[in-house]
Design a protein around this ligand. Structure first.
Ligand code: INS
Length: 285
């Protein structure tokens, strides 16, 4: 309703949404994203992804995305559809995707963050639906993202696996700036193709989410940037704000993976209420 919208708006202005997360204070953070200790499934996944994500593939994937609509459905229906996917790139959870989405949203809610941020947590991985719309595999859907068209950063996990990517031998793509200008802004670079980019493009015109939320969605898997500090030479002023948003979001996405599991049926009425505030009943996917 109008009152809660007004409160949300005030929270955005006051910056309450970006206060440090509290729900995760007791957690041992070293237990997450341990890629040295990760299983073979994860290592195999990244080798394949890092070899196949080229500039050429990226352009093709974007053209393909723009050439058609894949489905029409509501947000909750999309969550249910995604439920059978197990993310091969993830060393931290084997839970179903609907549980991961609810855990993320619930952690944000528990910390008293605004509704737009809760609902962002709820939908942030829905782009993984791509795997049901004729993707080539999981390598073009899930996993951390990085920039293509310039030198692959050493801050990406398993950086040596890029040796098998033809772009690492290209005279232009293998240079520091590659096809980009210094500080051109992340809006103007090609991030590796996957669920973040896809969902960002689906939701930017089909939701009333604020800019911060769209940044959280678009860059949440861009760990070399938001966690490791890579790619500052490509950033502009706007990206500084996006970075703040993504960093505020990240603990909820990552550290909620060890929380207790959620009951979708119980939580559904609350989240259907939020969905109705920010999305049309049916969306083009
Ligand atoms: C996350 C993150 C994880 C990856 C997931 C992705 O945002 O990048 O490391 O395994 O696929 O959704």
């Amino acid at each position: 309703d109008e009152t809660s919208d007004a409160i949300d708006h005030v929270n955005v202005l006051k910056g309450k949404w970006n206060e440090e997360s509290k729900f995760d204070q007791e957690k041992d953070k070293t237990q997450f994203r341990d890629y040295d200790a990760a299983c073979d499934r994860v290592k195999k996944f990244y080798k394949e992804q890092h070899e196949k994500q080229t500039v050429e593939f990226n352009i093709k994937a974007r053209v393909e995305f723009n050439s058609k609509k894949r489905a029409r459905m509501g947000v909750w229906e999309a969550m249910e559809m995604l439920n059978t996917l197990v993310d091969e790139s993830d060393p931290d959870t084997n839970l179903s995707q609907i549980e991961h989405l609810l855990q993320t949203a619930e952690a944000i809610r528990r910390d008293g963050k605004p509704e737009w941020m809760q609902v962002t947590g709820l939908v942030h991985d829905l782009g993984k639906l791509l795997s049901m719309f004729g993707s080539q595999g999981q390598w073009d859907v899930v996993g951390d993202t990085f920039v293509v068209g310039c030198k692959f950063s050493e801050k990406i996990i398993y950086p040596h696996t890029f040796e098998g990517n033809p772009d690492s031998q290209d005279v232009v793509y293998s240079t520091k700036y590659g096809i980009y200008e210094p500080h051109c802004g992340l809006d103007n670079v090609m991030l590796s193709w996957g669920h973040d980019e896809y969902l960002y493009h689906v939701l930017k015109d089909q939701s009333t989410l604020p800019e911060e939320a769209l940044a959280m969605i678009r860059y949440h898997s861009f760990y070399p940037w938001h966690r490791e500090g890579a790619y500052t030479h490509l950033m502009n002023e706007k990206d500084q704000k996006s970075l703040e948003a993504v960093q505020a979001f990240n603990p909820y996405d990552l550290y909620s993976k060890s929380d207790g599991s959620c009951d979708p049926a119980k939580l559904r009425p609350y989240y259907e209420g939020l969905i109705a505030k920010f999305f049309p009943t049916v969306l083009d996917w």
